[in-house]
Design a protein around this ligand. Structure first.
Ligand SMILES: NC(=O)c1ccc[n+]([C@@H]2O[C@H](COP(=O)([O-])OP(=O)(O)OC[C@H]3O[C@@H](n4cnc5c(N)ncnc54)[C@H](OP(=O)(O)O)[C@@H]3O)[C@@H](O)[C@H]2O)c1
Length: 277
């Protein structure tokens, strides 16, 4: 085993809210020993459940950290709005060969380097909510100071909660955020719309909601297991002149669903760029 990687030097998880907690659960579920993980989170709620468990160490702030803490990876899982005020307290780790793995939406590598110093090794990642059940999709981008070992550390940590893709061009992260980062919300909206449409078509509300939920969840699971493209799966359930074809003639009309989703993703991409400023 390498003696200088995240398995031996440990991980510092800054922020243990929804995503931080999901990542930690994924690491433990994938067999990574949690001993060596230090959590920094000021609030007792979600982080407190980890106190004394699996050898995890808890701290309420950077000032509380023992000088012996020398993590290989510092995972920044705090809200983008507090990054500017919180991150400089971790600057001392930048010279110790650690990598900063930020999952904050919209915060660029240049922004982080400004807080951590020009030599800091930084990986910008965009995960998504299904990471909480190990079915996430994460896109990552590294700066030139990230060596092969630290890149592997980051890859292992995010692969524990789903698929990982690396990109070399950071400007892609805005569109990534718009597609996979925000994407789960679009799918949940689809389930809401399907339920409302079922109610409008005469179904009792309870039945409409449970059918919509099971249909979206089951179709997602099928898509995940299948090797076929979504368009092939769609065609395989569409008989010419049948009920599905009648619905798709509305959804696939010019200016309908494709145009709507394209506009939605474009709006999210613009917003991601704005947040980076
Ligand atoms: N949720 C998603 O689907 C998703 C997807 C992709 C990326 N992200 C990114 O993941 C990051 C975290 O999002 P989230 O949804 O997990 O937010 P969250 O649930 O609010 O978690 C953030 C955690 O950080 C804590 N915190 C605040 N100040 C801190 C400090 N000084 N030091 C350490 N911890 C501190 C918060 O405590 P308090 O609650 O007391 O403030 C909270 O427990 C964000 O940057 C977001 O852009 C989230």
């Amino acid at each position: 085993m390498p003696v200088n990687d995240a398995r031996t030097r440990g991980i510092l998880l800054v922020g243990c809210g929804k995503m931080g907690d999901a990542l930690l659960r994924g690491w433990i579920a994938s067999g990574r020993a949690a001993a060596g993980v230090t959590i920094v989170d000021p609030v007792a709620t979600s982080a407190a459940q980890w106190r004394g468990r699996e050898g995890i160490v808890l701290a309420a702030g950077a000032a509380e950290l023992s000088p012996k803490v020398a993590p290989a990876v510092i995972v920044l899982a705090i809200k983008p709005q507090v990054m500017g005020e919180v991150v400089p307290a971790y600057r001392r780790f930048a010279s110790g060969g650690a990598v900063f793995l930020s999952i904050a939406a919209g915060k660029t590598i240049a922004y982080l380097a400004n807080l951590l110093g020009p030599e800091a090794a930084i990986v910008r990642a965009m995960p998504n909510l299904p990471a909480s059940i190990g079915k996430g999709a994460t896109v990552m981008c590294a700066n030139a100071h990230v060596g092969e070992d630290r890149r592997k550390d980051c890859d292992r940590l995010m692969a524990a909660v789903g698929e990982v893709v690396w990109v070399g061009d950071e400007t892609l992260m805005d569109a990534v955020t718009a597609v996979s980062g925000s994407g789960p919300a679009y799918v949940f909206l689809l389930a809401e719309c399907l339920a409302e449409a079922g109610i409008a078509a005469g179904l009792p509300a309870d039945l409409a909601h449970s059918l919509a939920r099971a249909t979206v969840a089951g179709s997602g699971a099928l898509l995940l297991e299948s090797t076929e493209a979504p368009s092939q799966l769609r065609q395989s359930v569409t008989s010419p002149g049948g009920t599905t074809a009648a619905a798709l003639s509305v959804l696939m009309a010019p200016g309908a669903m494709t145009a709507l989703i394209t506009r939605a993703v474009a709006a999210a991409t613009v917003r991601s760029r704005e947040l980076a400023r």
